[in-house]
Design a protein around this ligand. Sequence first.
Ligand code: COA
Length: 661
Amino acid sequence: MTSPVTCEYSDGIAVVTIDNPPVNATGQGVRSGLLEIVGKIDSDPRVRAVVLRCAGRTFAAGADIGELGKPPLPPFLPTVVEAIENARPPWVAAIHGSALGGGLELCLACTARIADPNAKLGLPEVTLGTIPGAGGTVRLPRLIPLPDAVEMITGGKPVSGARALSLGLINVLSENDLVAEATALAASLAGKPKPPVLLDRPCRNAEDIDWSETEKMLAARARGAAAPLEALEAMKDSARLSSHEALSRERERFLRMTASEQAAALRYAFFSERQAGRSLTSINCEPANLDLVGVVGGGTMGAGIATALLLSGSAVRLLERDAEAARTAHNRVADMIQTSRARGVISRQGADEALARLVTTNDDKALISCALVIEAVFEDMRVKGEVFSRLDAIMPRRAVLATNTSYLDVDHLSAMTADPTRVLGLHFFAPAHVMKLLEVVRGKKTGDRTLATGAALARRLKKIAVVSGVCQGFIGNRIMSVYRRECHRMLLEGALPDQIDAAMRDFGFPMGIFEVQDLSGLDIAWAQRKAAAPSEDSAEPAMRIADRLCELGRLGRKTKKGWYDYGAGEKRVDPVVTLLIEQERAKAAGAARMFSRDEIMRRILRVMQLEGQLILDEGIAECASDIDVVMLTGYGFPRHRGGPMFMGTSEGHSLRGPRPR
Ligand code: COA
């Protein structure tokens, strides 16, 4: 078998190339190839310096994640890193694409580093539930200031080439030809004494960190994820112990964390996200051109979708009902682009150009040249139906028509058009220019070209596409409806909203279900309940409490009262709500009982898993991991737990069995 590591020699400089597609992961073949070459070079007196580079799209992007769940195979990365660090000639890392995890640890063993300005450098192990395992926590704070190293390692976020230069992580930014410049840098180091290796240097700016503050901040941010705090402990070791002691403790932590349940869950999430939407990418069909896209409706969702499109480079025609509404929509999009600029998503010039690609109008003929039109008007079948009939009448036959709906029947809407094959649902999540998830709703008659266009749109917007069949609420909202109802049922049995919210936060959700309802407003779900069950008798008793809150005008944060009282500027439990719950509980003739946080979460997970199983059985979702991706990326399910379906399988639950009541 040919080695993924090769070497070429010219004028005393060896250029070592790792070629292990797709991302040059430091799997076993790469490790043994590198170790062999280090030995060969060390014993070849003609070699005066070495360049380490990678072929293809990126520098080494870390350990082979597929290997991480299995017993590690020798040679281990620390051995390779040590060999490079102690090599006879100087090694120079030439970094393009991403140098992540083990890839960056190889760079830290080198005498110098040069990177492309677009390169990304980082130690993202915490995002996979573990910590660096080949010296990252020990060498990085000896190269860059310790507080910055702590931020990079506990946060897992890569830095840009420019930031790496300002931190001292790299010696120079490449201007033009990375490998040629790396070769020149290597030649300039040849024959000179090597500087002390990082392990022999003290940590930089070690006095500038407040460990207990950092720990508090991380504990709050981690929401139960163990790796960031474990990484912090490793950094403390790095600052307080000898390098060699810190290295051996790091390795022990790495092995323990890599074998943890959380790490398994996070690896599963990594691969599940990349697996999602595969059926779409395998469609052999040319998608519609997305350089010019129409959006109907410039409210929060429509403006968010328009912003996402503009940021991706598309031009947008945004249709509103009159000139005044079109102006408001224009301002809304301008604000969103501005916020994206403030978040560093886009440059000032990029923001100006994006806004210049927007045309807002109240003339529906302006849409005619768009190959795709996304409707994002009020969530009401009658209103959406009118828009669709009109679009069907004016849009050329090849144009694809999409509805951004979170609940409505896409088949019903498509039946209002002459050609239902050109209709699909696109369920965006608010804010649409920020949230990563896109449910691509495949109607019974949706055609391949239409689906291929949905996939192309997701790719263009850098979103994770999950395919859903048609049902009330698709994958995500359907699961959310059942667990929300289960939470309401627990109210009737004795739990209180703040107990349920606390249990969910404890589990790792950023917010509990009642806090979420207060944030998004109680009125939309109320309207849906009224439409579905107008008579009180047929209404779900557990939802009566929510109905009564709405009747009292308590619609959530926007009215300063909902499940909680926000009148004093902060969230407070409101005795009025507690009383109301007790009244409804008495009507339901249920005796109140105590709930533990554990029981609350078991109930919530169980209904999520059962509904997920139904969604699979009905063919709404293509696979269980798609359901998890939806919950992780759209509904705040804690990533370090993998998702409800993952938990159901890994805990050995039978997902079938009686549905609770
Ligand atoms: N190990 C194994 N496979 C990996 C991998 C890794 N470290 N990183 C990426 N891949 C695979 C992906 O699963 C995908 O495979 P597929 O095409 O069969 O689905 C392929 O490489 C491309 O990855 P993708 O993420 O789709 O490409 P991208 O260009 O959007 O992003 C990276 C490239 C490197 C930025 C991104 O893949 C990444 O962040 N990888 C993880 C890096 C990491 O965490 N390393 C530390 C490990 S401890």
